[in-house]
Design a protein around this ligand. Sequence first.
Ligand code: PGA
Length: 248
Amino acid sequence: MIHVVRYDSPQDWAEHVAARFAAFLADEPAARVALPTGATPEPVYAGIVEAVSAGIASFRRAHVFLLDEFGGVPPDAKGRCDVMLHRALLDHVDVTPSHYHRLDPEAEDVAAMCAAYDAELKQPLDLVMLGIGRNGHVGMNEPGTSPDSATRRVELAPSTTQASVRYFGEGAALPTWGITIGLSAILAARTIWLLANGEGKADIVRDVLLEPVSATRPASLLRGHPNCWFFVDAAAASKLPVGVLSRG
Ligand code: PGA
């Protein structure tokens, strides 16, 4: 069952989701969380940084798992997920370095690295936070992904490669593959939060919630999860009928 919570403005949305995250961490300081990168979570991370600076929550005992990572581009490229997560969040909070788990596309044996990551995810995550691609991907689980997929190397949809220009910059080499936590570990998490803002996500948010559940829109598979929340701003919710919404 998915709870869909709508906020009137992007500011309200970011502020409330950040406050919910801070409250979650205050309640469960040793939580194991998987975190996304990209444009969507950035304002939320800014709010979380404020909450941690104010002493409302701490990452010290938490474990942070990077949700996905681009391969085939330099490790210090500004669009790498690890680089984005450091820039937006990790560099500004008290996360314990050994409690941060990243995916390494430069690993000599990527399959072994993925298997080791999955072994760490055998104990279900307490919270997975997700963005959503316009094609319905979550993490880099592109259309057609099986619900029992593991952490693995994936080829990106051409639209995902193109969309990554906003992370890597005009003229930079863009990734065509990546590594992602699979749908299996996402669906096994105790709690899932999917974040969407802006009118560019309105069509996919509607389709994911109202069209039949299908691997062609991986985010729709979340509808079978017992504790999944979609936090959307008014623009991302603009194509939804009022009946499916709660007010944030
Ligand atoms: P975005 O990307 O947050 O930059 O829109 C989301 C995604 O493609 O998963």
